[in-house]
Structures are given as C-alpha cells and as structure tokens.
Design a protein around this ligand. Structure first.
Ligand SMILES: Nc1ncnc2c1ncn2[C@@H]1O[C@H](COP(=O)(O)OP(=O)(O)OP(=O)(O)O)[C@@H](O)[C@H]1O
Length: 632
C-alpha cells in the first residue's frame, strides 16, 4: 500500500510510553484512522487539538509492528525508488529507539528500523535470483553544522564537503562507502557508526543524540536481461529539539542544542516553503536541508516518523511536533519513479557517452594542435630578427678574398638555412628554386643567388650569379679599369638604388646558420619582397644605361621605360640602330658574345619578352665585376 505513495510526504506518529508514572498524559484520544487528540493536562480549560496523520502508533506498539508498516516502502528501494525515512521529535521522544533500537543500536536486542530494513533488503536480494544486487552503506552525522563520516576511524577529523551533483542534488562523494554482503556486515557497521556518533546526557535524556545521523543505503541491481536499477534509501535520525531551560544544557551541550535547534528551524522553513509552494525553497540554509533536498522536494518516497512524549510537561513540545508533522504532511512531492533502465536504453546511453567522449577528445586534439601551431609561428617570428642580422644600406666594393674565415676552393662551411621559396610571393610564373652555397661570399645576412634553374628556361650562363640587394650586400672584385667601366655602365646605381631582380631566386642562404633551418612564410615573403625590389632596381639601372645610350643614338625614338629592358633583337618596333646599340653596349659591359637569336625568348618576367636573356647578361655583368680579382 505504501509503495503507492504519491504526492505528499507521508507522516506516521509514534507515541512513546510514559517514562514517569507520576506524569499526566497529554494524549486524550488515538483513532484508528490516524487521528490524535491532545490537550494540556495541567490546563483543562484549554482547547483540545486534533491532528490527522497517515498512521498513529500508540505507546504499546512494538518495533516489529512499526517496521511492518514501513516495509513495503523500504522494499521499493529494491525496485529502483529513492526512499527517505525521517525520525523527528523533541529530545527523549524515542527517535533513536525507533531507528536504531532501545540502547541506541549498541545492543542486538529489539533492533530498530535501520537494521531491520537492511536485513530485509538482503532477504529480497537473495530471493530474486534473476537480479544481482550490489548494496553499499554510508553513515554520516551533522554535528554543529559539520558533516562527519561515522564509518571512518577518526570521525572528528573527517569533515566532509557537500557537493552539488549534475542533477542539482547534493551528495557526499568523500564519505566512506562500505559494501555489505550480509546482515552481520550491516550490524558491524551500525555498531561502529553509533559508537562514533556524538551523544551526551542532558536533563531530558540520559543518552541524548547531539547530532543528526544519516544512514544511506545505495542499491544497484542488474537483471539477466541487462536492465539496471539504481536507488538509495536514507534513514535519518534527527537530533531532538529542546528547550535549554528544560534540558539544562550548558557549555558544549548548549552549543550543540543551539545548532540542533537552528538546523531544525531551517528544516521547518523548508517544509513551510514547500507546503506553501513557494518559488524559493531555502535548502541551502543548513547542511541538513541541503542533504535532504532530494527527499523533501524531489521524486523520492518520503516518510516522516513524528515522535511525541506523552508527558503533560512536554505538552508544548508535543504540540509543536504535531503542528510541524501536519505541515510536512501537506508537502507535495514529485511523482516517485523508479530509477530503472532497460538494457537497450542503457546501451544507447553508453554509446552516446562514448561518442561524446570521442568528440571531446577530437576537439581537444584540434585545439591543442592549433595552439601548437600558433606557438611555433610566434616562436619563429621571435627568432627571425636573431637569424637575420642588421642589414647594411650601402654596397661596398671589396675583394672576396678579404672575407674572414673563407677557405679557397671549399664550399661555404654552412650553407645555412635552405629554403624553398614559392615564388607566388613574387611573380605568378616564378618557380621554386633550390638553394646551394654561394661562392663562399660572406654576406651580411642573406645571400640571394640566381642559378640557371631560377627561370623557366636556362639563362645561358651557368656561373651567372648575382649577389645583391640593398640589404644583402656582397663584395665585388673589379678589374683595374673596372671602376671606370662600372661608373660608365651605370651599375653604381645599383649601390645607391635598391636593386631588384625578377629572377630572384630564391635560393636564400644565410651564412653561419644551421643549413637545415627552414624559414617560415614570413621570412619567405620578406625575402621575396626584397628580391622583387632588387630586380626592379637592376632593371631600372640597366634600362637607364641602355636607353640612355639609345637616346643618344636615336634622339627621336620613343621614350624608354627604364624598368622594362627591351634588348630583344626581334622585338617588334625596336629599331635596328637601337638594337645594335644595345648589343654593343651589353657586350662592352659583359665581355660576352652577343646572344644567339635562337636563344629562348621566354623569361620569368611573364614570358612577354626575352628578358631571361637580358637578365643573364645583366647577371653576367655583375658576376664578372664580382669575380674579377685585382691585379697585384
Ligand atoms: N517506544 C519505546 N518503548 C520503550 N522505550 C522507549 C521507547 N521510545 C523511547 N524509549 C526510551 O526513551 C528513552 C529516550 O529515547 P531516545 O533516546 O530514543 O530518544 P530520542 O528522541 O532519540 O532523544 P534525543 O533526541 O535526545 O536523542 C530511551 O531510554 C529509550 O529507550
């Protein structure tokens, strides 16, 4: 019958026997329908009070009879329901007697609900062969607003934190969870817990509990089909409210009494708020209400056992207890439901969990990879200025033999960081170029070297190399008349004008740097810009040089474009005079024979003109100047 509890907190009332034969009972009538009538025996004219509960147990009711009425409720734990049984009442009214037994659970005689409940659960567990149960026990107390583990050896130092779980409820993850296999295990644990529980004598009770104790039984079941159930049973023995003038509590007892009364007051507030269906329920006002939140306002099946002392002297407390219990009986609970899962649902949930974890792992890997990439990029960016020494702004003409540490006939010690440079950073038709050492020329910073592989087609002169740049300065050797030739040629502009070559190529070496060190795109882009600048400067200078002479020879020719060198003999529109002048000029500068007309006309300058040929000649010019050794 109780198993069908729906809606409200159930309330039973138990009346303890008169302890003092001289006292007059305040209980006038107990009905079979759960009603009770009380009055103050010392004030006969006062109004009689009637209360109605689910059950009333008189002074002669035995422990077994009490348990029998609660058995079905307790058994529902085995079916997956959460259950809570609360013993409430003034000090000395018999709460501990009901829950633990006559001597507070320290004797195996006349055992209380706690032990009988666990014993019963084992009986059910054994009788249900198709379900395998795992039963574990926790036992804690709330003493002076601190949660202590009663199953731990040193309870006073074991203060537990109440944690909020994902479903918004509170639990005690650090409380010792003891598996129990038999009733004797339960008995051992309960004796241990009761031994540790705070108690002390007062004027109202020789062995007064000074704390709220909570015994929690966790039941997990799994049947042969794989269906699982998970539930818990809270068995709560509250400390009793007391009037300190009557209990004569002083010192520690007084402090305990104050904490007890305060937390019971918080419990009363929660019950009142729940009964009035307030939007805010003050669960967090005390440890007791936090821990009982799910039992008072959740979907558990909750039973309150209100205890009263029949003595007329305790009439005020009895009235208070009955009022409290009646208010509690009006508290509407959520519909209790079994915490059961079929095998299919459980498997699906497990799959969902596995997928969630896999997704989380992937997300984590992705984010850490991103982080790593960012770190590497920022490190490289930091290292970049160290790799690239300050760049001189002026070209100087020096002999390469003056280079420090160079060994004739040997390649550079460390061709340094080789980089494959995608010339998409330069012109669209540029190609990737391989870096090799650069003629042992020590340069401030970088060496930009052109090789025949730089353009789409060979330039024609294998040794054509240009070491240039406004910021990558090299040393040149000039022939004896090199300087005048050089001046005449206009190449000195190269020194003052940042040179750019569209062939740049892109092999960027940094002397005295680890050869395998690769520069990142930032470096590449920077080199490409410098290369492009250099190329334009070279072309501009050579353009000036060539067109300058052309202008002298052909005063009426169209204005030359300095940046565009049109030395192509077959260039449409170029006059033969101009072309010849150019060829002569080129030959005088480079000492090379005139380029063959069959030479490829394509270049990396967008393939529009035979600038590769021009460039090779330009390069040859520079290389010639560079490699020329001064006469002794
Ligand atoms: N139904 C009962 N039959 C016989 N004796 C009882 C009964 N209920 C309580 N007593 C006795 O009354 C005394 C006080 O009971 P108990 O210690 O259980 O009260 P309590 O409500 O737990 O008090 P406190 O709140 O101070 O701990 C005990 O000696 C107990 O044996």
């Amino acid at each position: 019958m109780l198993q069908e509890v729906r809606g409200n907190i159930r309330v039973f009332c138990r009346i303890r026997p008169l302890m003092n034969s001289k006292s007059i009972s305040s209980i006038e009538h107990v009905g079979n329908d759960g009603s009770i009538m009380v009055c103050d025996p010392y004030k006969p004219q006062t109004t009689r009070k009637i209360f109605q509960f689910n059950q009333i147990f008189g002074p002669t009711t035995t422990q077994d009879e009490i348990y029998r009425e609660t058995q079905s409720l307790i058994r529902s734990v085995m079916d997956g329901y959460n259950v809570c049984i609360l013993a409430y009442g003034q000090t000395g009214s018999g709460k501990t007697h009901t829950m633990c037994g006559p001597s507070g659970g320290l004797s195996s005689n006349d055992l209380g609900i706690n032990y009988m409940a666990l014993n019963d659960l084992f009986t059910i567990s054994t009788s249900r062969e198709d379900v395998k149960y795992d039963i574990r026990v926790q036992m804690v107390e709330i003493y002076n607003e601190q949660v202590r583990d009663l199953l731990s050896e040193d309870t006073s130092s074991t203060k537990l934190d109440i944690r909020s779980s994902s479903n918004g409820l509170f639990n005690l993850p650090d409380a010792k969870m003891c598996p129990v296999q038999s009733p004797s295990d339960v008995m051992t644990l309960m004796l241990l817990g009761e031994k540790h529980r705070a108690s002390g004598p007062t004027a109202m009770n020789n062995r007064s509990s000074r704390s709220h104790s909570i015994l929690t039984v966790h039941v997990n079941g799994k049947d042969i089909s794989g269906n699982v159930s998970c539930s818990c049973l809270h068995l709560v023995d509250l400390a009793g409210s007391e009037r300190v003038d009557r209990s004569e509590a002083t010192g520690d007892r007084l402090k305990e009494a104050q904490h007890i009364n305060k937390s019971l007051s918080c419990l009363g507030d929660v019950i009142t708020a729940l009964a009035q269906k307030n939007s805010h329920i003050p669960y967090r006002n005390s440890k007791l209400t936090q821990l009982l939140q799910s039992s008072l306002g959740g979907n558990a099946k909750t039973l309150m056992l209100a205890h009263i002392s029949p003595e007329g002297e305790s009439y005020v407390e009895t009235l208070s207890t009955l009022k409290f219990a009646q208010r509690a009986s009006t508290v509407e609970l959520g519909t209790a439901h079994a915490n059961k899962e079929s095998n299919d649902i459980r498997e699906l949930k497990e799959q969902v969990e596995t997928l969630k974890k896999a997704l989380a792992t992937k997300e984590f890997e992705r984010s850490s990879l991103k982080l790593k990439e960012n770190t590497v990029t920022s490190e490289r960016t930091k290292q970049l200025p160290q790799r690239t020494p300050p760049r001189p702004r002026r070209l100087s003409l020096e002999t390469t033999s003056s280079e420090k540490g160079s060994i004739p006939g040997k390649p550079p010690k460390s061709p340094v960081s080789a980089m494959t440079f995608n010339r998409d950073h330069g012109t669209a038709r540029d190609k990737e170029c391989r870096i090799d050492g650069f003629n042992r020329t020590k340069i401030h910073g970088s060496v930009i070297q052109m090789s025949p592989t730089l353009s789409e087609e060979p330039v024609g002169h294998e040794n054509e190399k240009i070491v240039t740049t406004d910021d990558m300065v090299t040393s040149y050797q000039l022939p004896p008349d090199g300087y005048s030739q050089y001046k005449q040629s206009g190449l000195d502009t190269l020194q003052r004008t940042p040179c750019r070559s569209r062939y740049m190529g892109v092999q960027v070496s940094q002397t005295e740097e680890p050869s395998d060190a690769k520069l990142d795109k930032t470096t590449t882009s920077s080199v490409a810009k410098r290369g492009s600048h250099l190329r334009r400067s070279i072309q501009s200078s050579i353009g000036k040089l060539i067109h300058g002479s052309e202008r002298r020879n052909t005063p009426h020719s169209a204005q030359a474009t300095p940046a565009k060198i049109t030395t192509n003999a077959n260039n449409d529109g170029a006059s033969p005079i101009t072309t010849n002048a150019r060829l002569r000029r080129r030959q005088s500068l480079t000492g090379l024979p005139p380029p063959s007309t069959t030479m490829s006309r394509r270049s990396s300058l967008g393939g529009k003109s035979d600038s590769s040929v021009q460039n090779s000649q330009i390069i040859a010019c520079a290389a010639s100047a560079r490699n020329y050794k001064p006469l002794p």
